[in-house]
Design a protein around this ligand. Structure first.
Ligand SMILES: [Zn+2]
Length: 433
């Protein structure tokens, strides 16, 4: 079951790895300083020259890069190479603000495929697999990134893209798909549609799910594995740093291995920006070590996790971060209490009879925030008697309050009431402003 794509780098000794990281960091600092005025100006302003970084301990002297820097640089101001050397451009959809634009040289695409090859191999994909990629093929990085990795290992890749769920299932059955690649929300929707259409998972061949691009809990993993009869792994990445391929789970599923020969990971206090000790939760910060087109140093991801450098029983020596349950961007504040949608998911999935579909509605009633959690329940347990219904709602409200520290009103709804998503789920509707 455990197979390692690149033994040399994924099982490298820590001392050797750190020496390689320093060498690549110094190279990328000089490259960025010379070719990207944004970095030169910023570092000059901070009194830092690339030659001042002599050990990995000097990393913390480098100023952070944040999402806003990408927005201000729209479209090409963070590019370190002329456009004739760029062979691919991706961007965020940017529905609320200026999009984030990134480019890749031929060398960058080669690195990207290599790193995604490691991630899909760790997740269980093999050369003989038929892999159906049900991420949207478009501006975003998810589909193309994992597609490249799957092709690199020699799998037969089906670029199904997202949507048309009935056709996805037909492809899955007729083309004998063994690996499914999509968001966990879409996987759930596919499973539900399969049940509605009377598809028998027994006649499908899917054995591996590579699910990513949104936060999801271990409870949802168990649910998907049970419904679809596969082994599901998480992988992580973000457009600003590269896209998927930054990290992924091995068969032990005890954290996501970070491709540290290409990225240095740090964990910082989200408020002070100071590094926190190993094992402490904080905001993930990545420095890319080998990117040519859009180098990025100390990028603050807004994703909360902790990191361990302890060796893993799978044989990989690469550090692991915990599953990202919470993004600082996702956090909602209800009556002064910080709440993450993943906490709500965790509680709900633990309660018998509740379907893994929910939505959080936020309103303001006078000076007070009101939080309503719409929850789907299985038809069999949808209580007929009003009294039972109210009791069940109270029970769910109590459980949520224990976990969240704030009271939410629970509204039970019939299956298929909460909107379904073929990409990332929209968990929160905030109508307070
Ligand atoms: Zn491992």
């Amino acid at each position: 079951m455990n197979e390692i794509w690149n033994l040399e780098y994924e099982t490298m000794g820590r001392d050797e790895l750190r020496a390689l990281q320093l060498q690549r960091l110094q190279m990328t600092l000089r490259w960025s300083y010379k070719n990207v005025p944004f970095y030169k100006d910023k570092w000059d302003g901070a009194g830092l020259h690339p030659d001042d970084v002599r050990s990995l301990d000097d990393l913390s002297r480098i100023p952070f890069t944040v999402k806003e820097d990408f927005r201000k640089a729209y479209p090409y101001d963070l590019f370190a190479v002329p456009l004739e050397r760029v062979v691919r451009i991706h961007s965020s959809t940017g529905t609320t603000a200026r999009p984030i634009v990134v480019g890749y040289t031929r060398g960058d695409l080669n690195t990207w495929a290599e790193l995604c090859a490691r991630v899909v191999t760790a997740g269980g994909a093999r050369p003989h697999d038929v892999a159906q990629v049900a991420f949207g093929y478009g501006l975003q990085t998810g589909a193309f990134g994992l597609h490249g990795g799957l092709e690199r290992i020699g799998a037969s890749v089906i670029p199904a893209s997202t949507g048309n769920t009935r056709r996805q299932l037909t492809i899955m059955r007729d083309y004998k798909t063994t690996v499914l690649v999509c968001t966990p929300s879409y996987a759930l929707y596919i499973a539900e549609t399969a049940a509605d259409l009377g598809f028998d998972w027994g006649e499908l061949n899917v054995r591996v799910g590579l699910f990513g691009a949104e936060s999801w809990t271990n409870n949802l993993r168990q649910e998907l594995e049970k419904r679809m009869g596969l082994t599901a792994s998480d992988n992580y990445g973000l457009t600003e740093v590269m896209g998927p391929g930054i990290s992924g789970e091995c068969p032990l599923k005890d954290g996501l291995h970070i491709n540290e020969d290409h990225f240095i990971v740090e964990v910082v206090d989200p408020v002070t920006g100071e590094n926190v000790p190993e094992g402490t939760e904080g905001e993930l910060v990545f420095s890319a070590l080998t990117k040519e087109a859009v180098p990025v140093l100390r990028y603050r991801t807004g994703d909360l996790a902790s990191v361990t450098f302890r060796p893993c029983a799978c044989g990989r020596t690469l550090a692991r971060h915990t599953k990202v349950y919470a993004r600082t961007d996702d956090m909602i504040i209800v009556r002064g209490v910080n709440v993450f949608p993943s906490q709500v998911e965790d509680v709900l999935m633990d309660i018998e009879g509740i379907e893994p579909h929910f939505q959080i509605l936020l309103d303001r009633k006078g000076p007070m925030d009101e939080m309503v959690v719409q929850v789907e329940v299985e038809p069999a347990v949808f209580p007929d008697a009003m009294r039972q219904l109210v009791e069940f709602e109270r029970h769910v409200e109590d459980r949520l309050q224990e976990e969240l520290g704030v009271r939410a009103r629970v509204k039970l709804v019939e299956p298929k009431t909460v909107p379904r998503h073929t990409g990332k789920a929209r968990r929160v509707i905030d109508r307070r402003s």
